[in-house]
Design a protein around this ligand. Sequence first.
Ligand code: TXA
Ligand code: MG
Length: 325
Amino acid sequence: MDREDIAAAVQVLRHGGLVAFPTETVYGLGADASNTDAVKKIYAAKGRPRNHPLIVHLATAEEVDRWARDVPEAARRLARRYWPGPLTLILQSAAHVNDLVTGGQETIALRVPSHPIAQALLTQFGGGIAAPSANRYGRVSATMAEHVRAEFGAAVDCVVDGGPCDVGIESTIVDVSGSEPALLRPGSITSIDIEALLGRSLAPAKPGSPRAPGTVPKHYAPQTPLMLLEPDLLVELASSMTRQGHRVAVLARSARHPLLTGLTWIAAPESAAEYAHDLYSNLRALDRAGCSAILVEEPPPEAAWAAVHDRLTRAAAGSAIPDAT
Ligand code: TXA
Ligand code: MG
């Protein structure tokens, strides 16, 4: 990664093209947030419904007032503590912001990412970059440049390769646009961290409003049906499925059970942060294994695992597993 790559990516953005770039959470699929035609290309490439809003990425917190109005003290405090970093704030949108970016809502999602490549790109571009996660609608997010290429091929003008993303799952989203701050999407910055900083509890997201596709039941999903199971049930189901001739993929939290053979088995890291870091790569690897199902061992119930739980529950939503009655 060198300065010429960033300069080339900036040129693509200036000409209304799409640039996939690394952030500390996941790769983003970026376009000039002030260019309607460029933003339309994001929706087309992702196959995302037009009324699902995008996050505008900014180089510094000072730019917030160009994109949002009536920014409350709670938002300033969160921004001072967590920006640059894996936090997205929902604020009242400034009047000039394109409806395609906000999905026609009164609010806008803003984030100042910390990844040095994202920072360099934003600083040199000098404007806001609208960027959803760089994956097709409903699918698993991309945490490596090769994931982006596998998702989009030539539909993206430029992929800036920054290696694997540090956090591995999408930013925490906090809605500070109304009277009560609400957690719309859990992430590596936990609700406990945010409640401690704000000195008040967060409301849960209200179903349906505002729209957030990352919060629809079926999301972050591999193509292979996926099921979340307690360890004993997982072993039972895996053995009965293999006996019936199915190939089975497992995302476990321990080494392979001695009685199980013929499975594609990944033992995930023990800590929540490392588990999240590897999550999407692991799901992609298991999805490619040509199995009838991906069986995932339930992670621990503690708050540190809330974001991982959220992504796995959405990845599992609506899956039908053969013989899993
Ligand atoms: O970590 C991340 O947040 C990554 C990186 C690239 O920054 N981006 C990301 O974008 O995950 P996306 O589009 O996949 O998810 C953004 C979520 C969506 O669920 C979207 O609906 C929600 O943010 N969102 C955007 N604008 C909103 C708004 N005005 N009100 C409520 N939710 C909003
Ligand atoms: Mg996404």
